[in-house]
Design a protein around this ligand. Structure first.
Ligand SMILES: [Zn+2]
Length: 219
């Protein structure tokens, strides 16, 4: 089976179809449900460019006639989903070579498809992120700070609103072009403490890529 759906695209489709399932359950007017289904179909297809006939058929939701079919459809669809390419501990070590006593993440990525790899090192009180951008592995080491606790607890990557302590405020260590001259840049944002859960929710990589470019001084 050839995978063609990115994990974050799948997360988006999953949310759209769960909304549709709620429509099936709560809406008695079949015309309204059908309109919602057509709208959902458009949203799904608009995620992609250059779909093959076969792929288009896989994404065709006209066969879904009731809410109970949606879970099994999503389970089937998951077979066509791919996450980030497997990375090795050597690659992670190289990415964060400035970090002393780096705690390596769990790397059993086959088990779960991921948009990005994220993990917390309690000893250094840092959160690490590794991500494949345009086939190149980039990352950021973020200090976990106590600041920002009064801010809205919205994860910058998955946009989920959390109750306290499920989201943490971090400040990544930024690369700057004028570091030798004492150049310094400071940014901060909120992020899910549990990257497994964040990976199940993140629907777009736009924010993630924007932050990573900013932190790594990539234009
Ligand atoms: Zn998140």
């Amino acid at each position: 089976m050839k995978t063609f759906i990115k994990k974050n695209q799948f997360n988006y489709i999953k949310r759209c179809l769960n909304d549709l399932a709620n429509n099936y359950k709560s809406c008695v007017d079949i015309n309204v449900v059908e309109a919602s289904k057509a709208y959902t179909q458009d949203k799904i297809l608009n995620l992609f460019t250059n779909l093959s006939e076969e792929e288009r058929e896989i994404l065709n939701i006209s066969k879904l006639k009731e809410a109970s079919q949606i879970d099994s459809y999503l389970a089937d669809l998951d077979n066509y989903v791919y996450g980030m390419a497997t990375i090795t501990s050597a690659q992670v070590s190289k990415l964060f070579k400035k970090e002393k006593k780096l705690k390596l993440p769990e790397l059993n990525q086959e088990a779960s498809k991921k948009v990005y790899l994220g993990w917390v090192d309690k000893a250094s009180n840092k959160l690490f992120v590794a991500y494949n951008m345009d086939e190149k592995l980039i990352g950021m080491a973020c200090r976990i700070t106590n600041g920002g606790s009064s801010k809205a607890n919205i994860c910058s990557l998955c946009n989920c609103i959390h109750v306290d302590n499920e989201v943490i405020f971090v400040s990544p260590i930024c690369k700057v072009s004028n570091a030798g001259e004492g150049g310094y840049k400071s940014i901060g944002f909120s992020i899910c403490a549990d990257s497994e859960k964040c990976n199940e929710r993140i629907e777009s990589v736009d924010n993630l890529e924007k932050i990573l470019k900013d932190v790594n001084n990539i234009k």
